[in-house]
Ligand binder design. Structure first.
Ligand code: AMO
Length: 441
């Protein structure tokens, strides 16, 4: 019998530690990212967890043949760390020995070791397990880690409890036809469109909750902003004075995230040439006013009085940016008929809801608002929409047995990341996208 004591023996060092070992011999592991042969030496780039380290191969010092190694081999390099001003990191690794742990069967079908993967989006996504190894490609998702990490840190600080809610559900929360059905042991079930019901229920338990998890939308259209599975950042909070509290909380959260990224992810920001906005305040405009403003400023007749066309979202961004300098804008008081049954209507105008969207660089990234917390009011609204109240019995339990005034929001992580990086398609910020045509890899 053997005892596992919970210690991993360290045989190699981390690339971040290299700067502390100038003129010392170290062992470091990684994948051979690129071999660049020069006349009497070679640059060998080693891809480690987060950085690409420059190694130098010379016949004089290196005790192996360059022909022994291939790109994408997994290796342990023994090398001397030499200070080198011309190197990005301030040092080079003079290769002495190499231990090859594994070699690829075949060379990569796509060139992944140039500055960016120069291919179509289709190929980029088809070969995702490989193309993600590109320095820039993987930096996108490292930065995305920073976004969720920054959000988590902020929300914990604000006393939100992180929760995990079911993704197989008995009813859709968001209405509409974009719901996936599944056979649940002979009963009809669905994939959750959002954690809406559960996060509301959990407000009754913890007052402030959040969840960062996948949600599913059976969108049949193939657009640059729609995915069939995406990561939703959901928060819900009780004892709000008005739905503005939610917008205030989101503004604070986004401000915190931007600062956190600049502190912790500067290399990824530089590599991706990301323009991280400084958030001071975010203007808020009523939906109706926004529609009229766009129509007036751009001389466009309003076609749809209840929703934005994608082009209108872009134009609103241009306008707000020009007038206020902000790349974000809250649009409030959406028409009641366009919002789900749980949205609270405004006292002043029952046709409008106490809800909002947040647009970032011309794209909706968040929806949020105040919810109905009174039982009778909720039942009444459901009945007026012809809904089967009985089906929602377990949801309505919280209303029946008492809930504080509350509200929350849902933010699409991929949309947010792709706007931050000013990408043309949300798929570029999706690790393994699921869309109407794509189920692999
Ligand atoms: P909504 O349905 O507007 O609201 O979704 C919230 C946010 O999720 C993102 N999003 C999507 N991202 C990629 N592909 C899609 N198909 C997709 N659909 C939505 C958007 C959007 O702003 N329960 C409410 C939120 C709340 O009120 O708390 C909800 O889900 O960024």
């Amino acid at each position: 019998m053997k005892n596992i004591v919970g210690v991993i023996e360290k045989v190699t060092i981390e690339s971040e530690e290299l700067g502390n070992h100038i003129n010392e011999t170290v062992r470091i592991h990684g994948s051979i990212y690129k071999i660049r042969r020069m006349s009497d030496f070679a640059f060998v780039l080693l891809r480690t967890k987060r950085t690409v380290v420059q190694c130098i191969y010379t016949k004089e010092i290196s005790r192996f043949s360059l022909d022994e190694i291939k790109e994408e081999s997994s290796v342990i390099v023994t090398a001397c760390v030499k200070g080198e001003e011309r190197s990005r990191t301030g040092y080079d690794l003079q290769m002495i020995e190499i231990e090859i742990l594994s070699k690829p069967e075949e060379p990569s079908p796509v060139v992944i070791n140039n500055k960016c993967v120069d291919t179509s989006m289709e190929t980029l996504l088809n070969f995702r397990p490989i193309t993600l190894r590109n320095e820039k490609e993987r930096a996108i998702f490292k930065l995305q880690e920073g976004i969720t990490d920054g959000m988590r840190k902020f929300l914990r600080q604000e006393k939100f409890t992180e929760i995990h809610t079911p993704k197989i559900v008995y009813a859709g929360a968001e209405g509409g036809a974009n719901i996936f059905c599944l056979d649940y042991f002979g009963r009809e079930a669905y994939l959750a469109q959002s954690p809406q019901f559960y996060k509301q229920m959990m407000v009754g338990v913890y007052e402030r909750v959040f969840e960062i998890a996948p949600v599913f939308r059976a969108e049949k259209h193939d657009t640059s902003r729609h995915l069939n599975e995406y990561i939703s950042v959901d928060l819900e909070m009780g004892y709000i004075s008005s739905f503005e509290d939610i917008m205030q909380m989101e503004t604070m959260m986004l401000r915190h995230v931007m600062e956190y990224l600049k502190e912790q992810y500067i290399n990824e920001i530089r590599l991706l040439k990301a323009d991280i906005p400084v958030i001071k305040e975010i203007p808020a405009i009523k939906f109706k006013e926004a529609k009229e403003l766009i129509s007036k400023e751009y001389n466009r007749p309003i076609k749809d009085f209840d929703d934005f066309e994608p082009e209108e979202e872009r134009l609103l961004y241009e306008l707000i940016k020009e007038k206020t300098g902000s790349e974000f804008v809250f649009v409030t008081h959406y028409p009641s008929k366009k919002r789900p049954f749980y949205a609270m209507d405004s006292e002043e105008n029952k046709e409008e809801t106490l809800s909002f969207d947040l647009l970032f660089r011309g794209l909706e990234i968040t929806t949020g608002g105040q919810r109905i917390h009174k039982y009778k009011e909720q039942i009444e609204k459901m009945k007026s929409r012809g809904m089967n109240v009985e089906l929602f019995e377990t949801y309505l339990m919280m209303h029946k047995y008492g809930m504080p005034p509350h509200g929350g929001l849902g933010l699409g992580l991929e949309r947010f990341t792709s706007r931050l990086l000013e990408q043309e398609n949300v798929r570029f910020s999706t690790l393994f996208p699921r869309d109407i045509n794509r189920l692999t890899p």
